[in-house]
Design a protein around this ligand. Structure first.
Ligand code: ATP
Length: 593
């Protein structure tokens, strides 16, 4: 599958994300912008009030203005400056303390709603999982990104327009000041972005490698094996090498950026000097008053500093965050799995008609031309070597994956035309890659039924049926050392997962080898419990162990994605083939059973 991604340009991103941000907290966005406009006006006002103060003082010194007039102008400046500070404080508090958390909550909800509609098969694609994680990182970035746009438009925009009008009215050529402050800063920022974009492109694969080596050294899942195998030195050497190359690349990019900053500082200084000279000549020729000269001269530093702030810091931050925002938009634009809502009654039997399936990004078929009918109330076991396609077939028969070719019918209805949630409602099961939820033992069992009042008696009974020896673990005990709780052994966790499957008794029951850490005889006992539960329902059992497979009404033997044999246990052991060989090899496991 092509991994070619839709390109989103900055303007397109802004047009797309601003309405999303506004919908997430409309009143707060309005308030944030009003505060920005007021802040910008106050800043511009301070330039004008400063001019009147200097004019009053110079007139006062020449005896043309009273002492009282000078004090009034001074108080006015103090009020405007104080007002500016207050508005700035309120805006900061509102942006970071109110708007950001409120929007983050709403945007997270948006992602969760979207994820529920995405085809489950996408979750098998590591590139998609990568995109999903990146989209989640984008949640905070979106509000920060939009706040920057709000600030640029409402605060800086209003300030520069007001000061621009003021300068133009003083002397039109002074408008050049804004241009001189803007152009070099903008140019430098564009080059700066290019430098770091190419650094990112060059170092992204290297950083992934580097992060992986660090994980192999420190992460919980790798740590034990890395230490046990004495592989610490091996990974550390790789980690060190990648770090050296990465640091070298970063250093070279930083050096280029520093030279650029130096050049920009020089042009800024030249721009300021030029503007000051224009002011000076205008004052000397009597075009503008001393007060105007003083006010604009004082404002020059502010204008240049602000331009740099807008272009370098704010636009720099925007460029830094735009990637994260794009990841969020990409997730929202991802195609959804459509389908009707409805009750699917799996007890009515399941039929696969010429079903073939290919995972996203794979050329080879994992399941090829499978036709199978599971009758009402029938239990089918699927056996076969690793990679034969057993788990994939189960997901196709349940309707969780849609076939690439062919169709799966439940009671005559095509599962492909139903929504994922309708399908999931009819299934109960335990899968190979079950979850170890960092929650209490009770929650771990009852998680599928959060609306019902948990029945302790039933929880205990399913735990016993799954062979879970509680020891000193209570139902309310937290199963995670991370949350000050306890941890379970691999086998105990499997039994908790099985108890969870038993607790959710649904029309279609699936056991996809959740028992690898449990011995074969015990596995057979657990599967018997399931068989009892599955009476009158359709059930699928995936196993490598014949002792469990023989409990099924019929056994399907898979190889290379195809069904190579099918029959009862007795029929299959009576003819030479893969099943008979597996039975032969495993018979001694069950001598006790
Ligand atoms: P096992 O007994 O080891 O669990 P299985 O018989 O259940 O194996 P499947 O997991 O269905 O086999 O895998 C069938 C084929 O599909 C394998 O070749 C495997 O490499 C491929 N496959 C499985 N999962 C994915 C995936 N997420 N992406 C791409 N290919 C996959």
């Amino acid at each position: 599958m092509s991994r070619e991604k839709t390109k989103y340009h900055l303007l397109k991103v802004i047009v797309r994300i601003i309405p999303i941000q506004i919908r997430s907290a409309p009143w707060n966005c309005l308030l944030e912008n009003c505060l920005g406009v007021m802040h910008g006006l106050m800043f511009a006002l301070s330039v004008m009030v400063t001019q009147r103060l200097f004019d009053a003082i110079s007139d006062g010194a020449a005896g043309r203005a009273s002492y009282r007039e000078c004090v009034i102008q001074l108080v006015l400046l103090a009020v405007v400056t104080f007002g500016q500070q207050i508005i700035n404080g309120v805006q900061n508090f509102h942006g970071i303390g109110v708007l950001l958390p409120k929007s983050a909550g709403r945007l997270t909800e948006l992602i969760h709603r979207k994820i529920r509609k995405i085809d489950p098969v996408r979750f098998e694609d590591t590139a998609f999982l990568d995109d999903l994680n990146k989209a989640k990182e984008g949640i905070k970035a979106i509000t920060m990104f939009c706040m920057l746009i709000f600030v640029c438009v409402s605060f800086y925009g209003v300030y520069f327009i007001a000061v621009g009008i003021y300068l133009f009215r003083l002397k039109p050529v002074l408008l050049l000041t804004l241009l001189l402050a803007f152009v070099p800063a903008m140019l430098a920022q564009t080059i700066h972005v290019r430098i770091f974009a190419s650094l990112e492109e060059e170092s992204a694969p290297l950083r992934r490698e580097h992060d992986y080596y660090q994980k192999a050294i420190c992460d919980r899942e790798y740590f034990k094996e890395t230490r046990l195998l004495g592989a610490f030195g091996f990974f550390y050497r790789l980690f060190e090498n990648t770090m050296k190359v990465l640091t070298g690349k970063i250093w070279r990019a930083e050096r280029k950026a520093a030279l650029l900053r130096l050049l920009m500082d020089f042009t800024t200084f030249a721009g300021m000097a030029g503007s000051a000279y224009m002011l000076f000549t205008a004052t000397m020729s009597g075009e503008i008053t001393v007060g105007m000269f003083a006010a604009v001269f004082a404002a020059l530093t502010q204008i240049f500093a602000m331009m740099q702030e807008v272009v370098v810091r704010q636009m720099g931050n925007m460029n830094r965050d735009v990637g994260k925002v794009v990841n969020f938009i990409r997730l929202l634009d991802m195609p959804e799995r459509d389908g009707m809502e409805g009750e699917i009654d799996f007890t009515k039997g399941i039929t696969a008609e010429n079903v073939s399936f290919r995972y996203p990004g794979r050329n080879a078929f994992s399941v090829k031309n499978v036709s199978l009918h599971i009758a009402e109330g029938e239990t089918i076991a699927i056996v076969g070597e690793n990679g034969a396609g057993k788990s994939t077939l189960v997901r196709l028969l349940t309707g969780i994956y849609r076939p690439t070719e062919g169709m799966v019918l439940v009671g005559g209805l095509d599962t492909g035309s139903y929504s994922v949630s309708s399908i999931m409602r009819g299934i109960s099961g335990v899968f190979q890659r079950y979850q170890r939820y960092k929650m209490t033992l009770k929650d771990n069992v009852t998680i599928s039924d959060y609306t019902a009042q948990a029945d302790s008696g039933r929880i205990r009974s399913v735990l016993t049926e799954a062979g879970f020896e509680k020891g000193n673990v209570g139902l309310e005990d937290m199963l995670s050392p991370e949350f000050d709780g306890t941890d379970l052994s691999g086998g105990q966790w499997q039994r908790v997962a099985i108890a969870r499957g038993l607790y959710r008794a649904n029309g279609f029951i699936i056991l996809d080898e959740p028992t690898s850490a449990i011995d074969p005889v015990e596995e057979t006992r657990i599967y018997r419990q399931f068989a009892r539960l599955a009476e009158g329902k359709c059930a699928l059992v995936v196993t490598h162990r014949i002792g469990s497979a023989r409990l099924a009404d019929r056994i399907v033997v898979m190889d290379g994605g195809r069904i190579v044999d099918i029959g009862t246990h007795e029929e299959l052991i009576a003819r030479p083939g893969q099943y008979a060989r597996m039975w032969e090899a495993q018979a001694q496991w069950y001598e006790r059973g």
